[in-house]
Write a protein that binds this ligand. Structure first.
Ligand SMILES: NC(=O)c1ccc[n+]([C@@H]2O[C@H](COP(=O)([O-])OP(=O)(O)OC[C@H]3O[C@@H](n4cnc5c(N)ncnc54)[C@H](OP(=O)(O)O)[C@@H]3O)[C@@H](O)[C@H]2O)c1
Length: 269
């Protein structure tokens, strides 16, 4: 019976992915949440195994992996989905907050991968899915810190793809565009910007508000499931609203032309 571990299943894409995978016959689904309640209280099927996991804690991934290895063995698929957004000017973001962002979005998934890799390698199979972002292929102003974590995971995923291919382990970078989830709450405390970046922040806020046709978490989960169950060795999967079109547009016109054009769209200059 194949087993999938998905981090961050309390809401959004992770939550929808658990429900999507549970609809497939034969899968055991293990999810992580910060505070464990019965699965139904998280809107999840009763058969979901839930573990508590606080990714800000540098030791949590090893502890989680130890428990899962003891209780379920090594998962066939690991989906590093948990993550969050920091929004605001680089100049105004305390280093402490950026450190935590890197801990949760970069070091925690890396640590989890390292914990499970020896077993995956020795049995010659496994799939590692890193939920990166469209913001791992390009960068949105004021999402700079967040997008830099996703660029880190894009590069990491590509290197891992090379290293693990000889062992039969697949690596997938799933790159969502706009998905309507609570992750964008991070923008709320910048709703009325002040200071030297106020004008650009207001413009960026207006641009974000204009993106109304976001994908649903269920649509994103469906595309993620297709990436996971795709038997190919393909690495990158832009999914959900705007991801494919923006990646293609940048490749088509070149990065500088794309950046100058988008800078006018985003910041109105
Ligand atoms: N939504 C989008 O448009 C979009 C676009 C590109 C990439 N993504 C990526 O997709 C993934 C899922 O995001 P989402 O949009 O579904 O957002 P979401 O609904 O906010 O889900 C994020 C999940 O990560 C968990 N998480 C956050 N910080 C954590 C921490 N310190 N320790 C443990 N768990 C933590 C959250 O738990 P809590 O509920 O406890 O906070 C939640 O379960 C993220 O990696 C995100 O960067 C999303």
């Amino acid at each position: 019976m194949p087993t999938m571990l998905i981090t961050g299943v309390s809401s959004g894409i992770g939550n929808a992915l658990v429900r999507r995978v549970a609809a497939e016959p034969g899968w055991t689904v293990i999810g992580t949440v910060r505070t464990v309640k019965p699965p139904s209280e998280h809107g999840l099927p009763d058969a979901t195994f839930l573990y508590s996991f606080e990714a800000s804690d540098a030791d949590a991934a090893a502890a989680l992996a130890g428990r899962i290895l003891a209780e379920h063995g090594c998962p066939d698929v690991i989906v590093n989905n948990a993550g969050y957004v920091l929004y605001g000017p680089v100049e105004e973001t305390p280093l402490e907050r950026i450190r935590d962002l890197y801990q949760v979005n970069v070091f925690s998934p890396i640590s989890l991968i390292q914990e499970f890799l020896p077993t995956m390698r020795s049995r010659g199979s496994g799939t590692i899915v890193n939920v990166t972002s469209l913001g791992g292929r390009l960068v949105f102003p004021f999402f700079t810190n967040y997008n830099s974590t996703k660029h880190a995971m894009e590069g990491y995923s590509e290197g891992l793809w090379h290293e693990l291919k000889p062992f039969g382990i697949r690596v997938k970078a799933v790159e969502p565009g706009y998905v309507a989830t609570p992750i964008y709450r991070a923008m709320d405390d910048r709703a009325k910007p002040t200071g030297p970046y106020a004008k650009s922040l207001s413009a960026m806020n207006r641009f974000s508000e204009s993106i109304t046709n976001r994908s649903t978490p269920e649509q994103a989960a469906e595309e993620t499931w297709r990436a996971i169950s795709d038997a190919s060795d393909k690495l990158r999967y832009p999914i959900a609203a705007y991801a494919r079109v923006m990646v293609r547009a940048r490749a088509l016109v070149g990065s500088m032309t794309f950046m100058r054009f988008m800078n006018r769209q985003w910041l109105g200059k």
